[in-house]
Ligand binder design. Sequence first.
Ligand code: SF4
Length: 361
Amino acid sequence: MNTIDPWSSSIIDYNKLFKDFGIKKMEIKDDKLRENRLFSRGIIFGHRDFYKWWDDFKSGNTVSILTGMMPSGPFHLGHKMVIDQLVWYQKLGIPITFAIADIEARTVRKMGPERVKEITVSYLSNAFALGLDPGQDIYLQSNRSNSYYKFADLLSSKMTFSEIEAIYGELSPGKVISAFVQASDILHKQLPEYMGKHRVLVPVGPDQDPHIRLARDLADRIGFVKPSSTYHIFARGLDGEKMSSSKPNSYISLDEPVDVMKKKVSNALTGGRNTLEEQKELGGQPEKCIIFELYKYHFEESDEKLEERKRMCKAGEIMCGECKKELIKRMSSWLRTHQSNVKKFKGKAEKFVDDNMEYPF
Ligand code: SF4
């Protein structure tokens, strides 16, 4: 079946997304977007109706942003990429809604309550340390308003089982419930008791597109505004393969001790050649290189300097050892500062969890 499984985090064939699923390539039509490296560097590569949302924002109409995270593993650089987007929109004065998909973690990942609490504290304190304002609308799927749950129930009456299967493929009972809860997440801000009908933008990874498609179909059927979405590239694992929480060496978590991070970066896949001589002669291959990706996604602010690194790599003017050393220096200093900021926000995150998270079992 030609579907994407939003619960498998599998590597996505990006061309298929455009060809088979109708996602549009992101073109930069406004210079303001170039100020955000995620747009200017093509990291946000696709969208559905993004410019309808952007035009509404530019015209002063009500718009909002909504995204969420399932608290199911360490908070890593892939999560940072999502929070970086929220913080950029927040700076433009756009209201942010941030959902913690704890019900999904319990029902689909079958995680115990204590682990979900612990990871939620970590996600929130990391998100706050990265600049997400704790005063934004942050909620748990397990503790929202009555109208949100009523809405999820009613939405389920608007779809047949085969329509849901056509979007998601094979489904378990937990996944069906989770799909309608996600649809309620994406659409409920348009309920009168929240912000009323308006255009909502949902920045997500491409694996989450089935939830967007379901919500857009449902919006049509109930007379709501279809949500817009953007899709960012999945960061690859440090070995160049799929990043997985079951393979700690494949990712850098933001609470990683600096020494562990150093080892991981030292062992990461590069686009370097077999010998220094070969590299000087043929140049490196930055498009294959995880180290270059880390600069591009997180640790090089300047587009000019990034281009210069690429040029030097290709020309064989810089060797991988030097390139890694510089990255480790930047990451060590960044991680130390970030981790001390996380500590400052831990109390706030713990209070949020204590006040809001309670399960019968
Ligand atoms: S020189 Fe740097 S960018 Fe080029 S392949 Fe080596 S590590 Fe990657």
